[in-house]
Design a protein. Structure first.
Length: 209
């Protein structure tokens, strides 16, 4: 319900109540999450733009073909793609109200995500050990910022995933948990799409330059 105020002919305010347009349950949550995803799109768009400008400034340091192992990156990419597939299976079993199978697919998704982060951290550690630190060149600064921001998002997604598994285990597939799982699904698939851009724009094109 909403309350509005209009001045009367005597100059005194007159109050009346009008019916508010009904919204489905969870409408504000879904809308707010879509707005968040759009803001995240802007963040990654700026990071991609910065890499596009700075990505060829090596400062006489190592270039992408000196640092990147495409076979390892391809394996890492497959980990994230497989995690999106298994999350899709989790959503299918959620619709069938199968708590145990939903938890199983969520756990498998988490393992794939953990493997992705582990491989990425291994790559970072190797590059830093070789002296390719973010301070070495503009290319490396842009690379660590873009790829690191994506990795941070995946890490937050894993924390969110574990939290939801605890919630589902405690309360089951209630409507609120279904809504949260759907929001995480959008977030997880969004990160998958961003990583495809990173793999193509940063790794593949970087090595082919």
């Amino acid at each position: 319900m909403t309350v509005a105020v209009n001045p009367s002919t005597t100059g005194e305010p007159v109050f009346y109540v009008a019916d508010e347009h009904p919204h489905p349950e969870g409408y504000s949550t879904s809308l707010g999450f879509w707005i968040y995803l759009m803001s995240d799109c802007l963040i990654f768009a700026m990071l991609f733009a910065a890499f596009g400008v700075l990505g060829a400034n090596y400062a006489a340091g190592p270039a992408p073909k000196d640092l990147f192992d495409l076979d390892l990156v391809a394996v890492n990419t497959s980990m994230l793609l497989l995690s999106s597939i298994t999350y899709g299976f989790a959503m299918l079993t959620m619709q069938q109200n199968k708590v145990g199978q939903t938890q199983m697919w969520l756990a498998i998704t988490g393992l794939f995500g953990l493997a992705f982060i582990s491989i990425e951290l291994t790559e970072f550690a190797h590059m830093i050990h070789e002296g390719a630190t973010p301070q070495r060149s503009a290319f490396l600064s842009a690379f660590f910022t873009l790829v690191g921001t994506h990795g941070l998002h995946v890490s937050c997604g894993l924390i969110w995933l574990v939290t939801l598994m605890v919630q589902v285990g405690k309360f089951g597939l209630i409507e609120a948990n279904r809504r949260r799982l759907m929001c995480l699904s959008m977030f997880w698939h969004f990160l998958d799409v961003v990583w495809i851009g990173v793999f193509t724009f940063v790794y593949l094109l970087g090595v082919l330059r």
